[in-house]
Ligand binder design. Structure first.
Ligand SMILES: C[S@@+](CC[C@H](N)C(=O)[O-])C[C@H]1O[C@@H](n2cnc3c(N)ncnc32)[C@H](O)[C@@H]1O
Length: 322
C-alpha cells in the first residue's frame, strides 16, 4: 500500500473496515508509538482512525521534550496546574512552577484541590439523590476518578453527562471517555459563552432541557471576570427547568490578606486563564433566583466535611431552581 490516495487505489487501500475482524492489525508503515497530528485531529473531531498514542501521552515521559502541537507550554494552564495539585502527571514544568509560586502565599493549595473534589462528589450525590440524572460539568478538568458519571451512575445507572472545558489538553483526555462510555460526551466550549454550550446540537441530543439538570461550576467561575459572571449564570439559569440544581465553588477573598489575593491574581496573569477572587456577597449574587440548600454557602472545608480544617478561601454552595 502506498501512502495517500489516488484514482488508482484499490478499495482495500483506503477502506480498512475489514480490519475490524482483527482490531490489533495496523498497516506496516504506520508508527503508532508516537501521536500523529492528523490522527490527533481525527480524534479531536470524534473520528475512530486514531490510536492510543494520539490521546494517551504517558509514553512521552520517554521523550520529555516532545509536546503535542496544539498545547501551549509557554504559559501555565489552570487545568494542568490543578492536575499537578491533585498529584496527576499531565502537566509541564511551567505549570508546576506556577503551583509552587501559589503555594508560597497559599500553602494549602494542594489540600484545596482535594477538598474541592470532595465538594464536587457531594454535590453530584445530593443532586442524584434528589432525582437529577443529567449533568453538565462546566470546566470539568483533566479526568480524575471518581468522575461525575461514575458518581451519578451509582444512583442512576443511565445518567447522562456532558463534560465541558476550553483547554485542549482536557479535551484530549476527556474524549477518551466519550469514545468508551455511552451517554457521556465531552464538548469544547467556553464557560463565558453559555449559548454555545446550551445550543450545541450534541448537548441537545443528550440532555432533555425539560427535565431537571445538574449544572456544575466547580472551581471554574474564578476564571470568569467578575463583571461577566452574573450574566453568564443568568443565561444558564434561564435554560434549565424548575427542579434543576446549580453547584458552585469559587475563590473568596473574605478574611484574606489583600496582599495575598493580589499576589495570587498576579501569578495567574501569565496563565492561560486569569483567576479572580470574589467577596462572599459577590458569590451570593451568582445564586440569584435559586434557593440555596443546606448547609448553605460555606468554605469548602466546612461543606459536609466530617472534620473541618482551617478555611482555604473557596466558597461552595448548591442552589435549586424553584
Ligand atoms: C481548577 S480546574 C477544576 C476542575 C474540576 N471542575 C474540579 O473542580 O475538579 C478549572 C478548570 O476550568 C477550566 N476553565 C477555565 N476557564 C474556562 C472557561 N472560560 N471555559 C471553560 N473551561 C474553563 C480549566 O481548563 C480547568 O480544566
Amino acid at each position: 500500500m502506498t501512502s495517500g490516495r489516488s484514482m488508482d487505489d484499490g478499495e482495500s487501500d483506503f477502506d480498512w473496515s475489514w480490519s475490524d475482524e482483527d482490531p490489533t492489525w495496523v498497516p506496516p508503515d504506520i508508527d503508532i508509538t508516537k501521536p500523529s497530528p492528523a490522527r490527533m485531529y481525527d480524534y479531536a473531531l470524534g473520528g475512530k482512525d486514531n490510536f492510543e498514542s494520539d490521546f494517551d501521552w504517558s509514553w512521552s515521559d520517554e521523550d520529555p521534550t516532545w509536546v503535542p502541537p496544539d498545547i501551549d507550554i509557554t504559559k501555565p494552564s489552570p487545568a494542568r496546574m490543578y492536575d499537578y495539585a491533585l498529584g496527576g502527571k499531565d502537566n509541564f514544568e511551567v505549570d508546576r512552577r506556577a503551583v509552587e509560586q501559589v503555594a508560597t502565599v497559599l500553602p494549602d493549595f494542594r489540600r484545596l484541590a482535594q477538598i474541592n473534589r470532595t465538594f464536587l462528589k457531594n454535590a453530584v450525590r445530593i443532586m442524584s439523590e434528589a432525582g437529577v440524572s443529567q449533568f453538565i460539568d462546566v470546566g470539568t478538568g483533566i479526568p480524575t476518578s471518581p468522575n461525575v458519571h461514575e458518581i451519578a451512575r451509582q444512583v442512576h445507572p443511565d445518567a447522562k453527562i456532558v463534560y465541558v472545558d476550553n483547554d485542549p489538553i482536557v479535551m484530549a483526555h476527556n474524549r477518551a471517555l466519550r469514545a468508551t462510555v455511552e451517554g457521556v460526551i465531552t464538548v469544547q466550549h467556553d464557560a463565558r459563552e453559555p449559548d454555545t454550550i446550551i445550543g450545541d446540537p450534541a448537548v441537545r441530543r443528550l440532555v432533555d432541557f425539560h427535565q431537571p439538570i445538574g449544572l456544575l461550576f466547580v472551581a471554574v467561575l474564578h476564571f470568569v471576570r467578575r463583571d461577566l459572571a452574573a450574566d453568564v449564570m443568568t443565561r444558564f439559569r434561564q435554560s434549565i427547568p424548575s427542579g434543576s440544581y446549580v453547584a458552585i465553588s469559587t475563590a473568596c477573598s473574605d478574611g484574606m490578606d489583600p496582599a495575598v489575593v493580589s499576589k495570587v491574581e498576579t501569578i495567574y496573569q501569565s496563565a492561560a486563564a486569569q483567576i479572580v477572587f470574589r467577596t462572599g456577597a459577590q458569590i451570593e449574587q451568582l445564586f440569584e433566583g435559586l434557593e440555596i440548600i443546606e448547609p448553605g454557602l460555606k468554605d469548602v472545608t466546612k461543606w459536609l466535611v466530617d472534620e473541618p480544617t482551617p478555611e482555604i478561601h473557596v466558597t461552595a454552595g448548591i442552589g435549586r431552581k424553584p
